[in-house]
Design a protein. Sequence first.
Length: 304
Amino acid sequence: MKKKILILSGGISKERLISLDTGQQVAKELKKNGYKVKITEPDHNLKKNIKNFKPNVIFNALHGQFGEDGYIQTILEQFNIPYTHSGVIPSSIAMDKEISKKIFIKNNIKTPKFFTFSYDMKVQNLIKKIEKKLSFPVVVKPLNEGSSVNVYICEKKNVNKILKGLKNYKKIMIEEFIGGREIQVAIMGNTKLGAIELKPKRKFYDYKAKYNSGAKTEHIIPVDLPKKKLSQILNMALNAHKVIGCKGVTRSDFKYYQGTFFLLEINTQPGMTKLSLVPEIAEHKGINFLKLIEWILKDASTKR
Ligand SMILES: Nc1ncnc2c1ncn2[C@@H]1O[C@H](COP(=O)(O)OP(=O)(O)O)[C@@H](O)[C@H]1O
Ligand SMILES: [Mg+2]
């Protein structure tokens, strides 16, 4: 008999809508193939829903805060039901761009230079620090968001305005701006699934470039790279996946500039709509959407 799958989607992060989309599409594919599926929010009814539905596996389709950062994983660990993607600690490390970048550096995985800023520093001093340690433009981003939410390419004249808009975050990352190409790599367990290049028509790969089909970001697969370079970026992504301790599927986001790859971040809950990048990379490797989902379900476990 086909298994019962509980899909967790929605949540209260800024990526709620993307998560609902991921949840719907995974559910549709599974239902079409005979699975019993229930979609649920990670709210106060979760325990009751699990008790009533008695799923064989919980598919975590959440993105962003509380769904990708170890919170929900901590809750899922108590139910003794296999759940998908990374566990508590790797999720929380990967979601924190400062901590994960420090781990990348320790493991010789190149990442853009950066420092963090909290609001006890005067803006004038911040500008001085940027000019001393990095140079304008810099990239300003929250430590723990996704989908390019509140990521800005920042010139000197915009520092004040951008920081004002980010007042709700305790700490902000200020990162060296890396020009060049945008390449992302999918890892599936211990397997290097492949890479895809994104050519946004917009200034950078921002929220609209990611999700508005009208923004017309071009997806290029296979990526045009010399064999040696391709193998280098795939190895960097696998290494990042391993040193953080990730499970299941991850997607690592890189910039490629003048022969050097820079790892921006690793995503433990990559988008899983039919148009998302990991399914596209998998498809190119001959793993269709259903097979990819079934692999993720099979890989699920109670202690991640
Ligand atoms: N240091 C950087 N240099 C150039 N572009 C960057 C840099 N950091 C981020 N970006 C752009 O912003 C996008 C989102 O940044 P990322 O660090 O991946 O955060 P998110 O978690 O929101 O996806 C990247 O895909 C890239 O287009
Ligand atoms: Mg990213």
